[in-house]
Design a protein around this ligand. Structure first.
Ligand code: 13P
Ligand code: SF4
Length: 311
């Protein structure tokens, strides 16, 4: 069996020989974040993917993110450690059902959260991520009706923040819906000086008690810039690795989930199907590769670049 350091050494050697860039999301396991060339949230990763000059992109995240990297790099090889790295939001919005749904709203602008399939992006006017969602919604003229998909929780948050009415698709993130309000309040009573920070994919009642709401990078920046020393973190537990590195003396407490009484961690099982071993194997085999037909790439790149070009 190969040790973590054997694997890291082999990955670095293959990376150099094959001119590869490794992009990873903050929800990846620590060893993957450590070996990656760039770690970021969804927006930073899609921006970075649009700027790489390597021959091969290894995308350690979930499949819709690797698809986005392929859409902005149609001539590059994009490979993933495990094709089964799905996402409940992307899986909960099948393109054919979404297409039928949209027939009810012919005059609406379609805004989709980046957590959706490439095919759903072909039905979209503009994509957004949790970092820029407010900016995207406020860039749309006030009298223009909007359909927002697939995350109803992010959608409800955006309605309350912008005052814009939107038609919402009924999707959600299973990880961010797992937090327990009751347990969170009990935990806060034990740490009354803590700042509660939450990702906007969380449910309304969690967001109502949060002192700060933001994307993965937004939360990392908030903790770094805050003078407080204790934080209750309502998002995927992988973020704690970078947060603790940035803030070695601060106390970071994962928000408790509904189901689990023994461990407070909330982990995305999709993100965690990727392992260092699988990353090494995909680099060695140059497979599994993300393949999309040209028509999908051509259509899906329009709403992605509309987002990336938004000033
Ligand atoms: P961000 O990276 O935009 O914070 O989104 C989190 C997420 O759930 C990614 O799937
Ligand atoms: Fe999808 Fe939620 Fe996992 Fe992000 S955390 S990849 S939104 S299931």
């Amino acid at each position: 069996m190969k040790t973590t350091s054997d694997l890291k050494e082999k990955i670095l050697e293959l990376k150099k020989r094959k001119n590869v860039v490794i992009l990873a999301h903050y929800y990846q396991e620590e060893a993957i974040q450590e070996i990656a060339d760039f770690v970021g949230d969804s927006l930073e990763l899609s921006r970075k993917a649009s700027q790489v000059d390597a021959d091969i992109i290894v995308f350690a995240g979930v499949y819709f993110m690797a698809e986005t990297a392929k859409i902005v790099n149609p001539n590059k090889k994009v490979i993933v450690p495990d094709v089964k790295a799905g996402c409940s939001l992307a899986d909960g919005c099948p393109p054919d059902e979404f297409k039928t749904f949209l027939e009810n709203y012919p005059n609406h602008i379609v805004v989709t959260y980046i957590n959706c399939t490439a095919e759903v992006k072909t039905l979209t006017d503009i994509v957004c991520t949790s970092s820029n969602a407010k900016k995207v919604i406020t860039s749309i003229p006030d009298d223009q009706p909007i359909v927002f998909a697939p995350d109803k929780n992010l959608g409800k948050y955006l309605i309350s923040e912008t005052g814009r009415e939107m038609v919402l698709w009924e999707g959600s993130c299973i990880v961010h819906e797992a937090f327990s309000l009751e347990k969170l309040i009990d935990l806060y009573k034990k740490h009354p000086t803590a700042t509660i920070i939450a990702h906007p994919e969380s449910e309304r009642h969690i967001l109502k008690v949060a002192h700060y709401i933001g994307s993965t990078s937004g939360m990392l920046n908030h903790v770094k810039n805050s003078s407080n020393d204790t934080f209750i973190v309502a998002t995927e537990a992988g973020i704690l690795h970078q947060m603790q590195l940035d803030n070695p003396t601060k106390i970071l407490i994962p928000a408790p989930s509904k189901e689990d009484n023994t461990c407070a961690c909330s982990e995305c099982a999709f993100m965690k199907v990727n392992t260092l071993e699988k990353l090494y194997q995909c680099l060695k085999d140059e497979s599994p590769e993300v393949k999309l037909n040209n028509e999908i790439i051509e259509k899906a790149r329009i709403p992605i670049y509309k987002m990336l070009d938004l000033k």
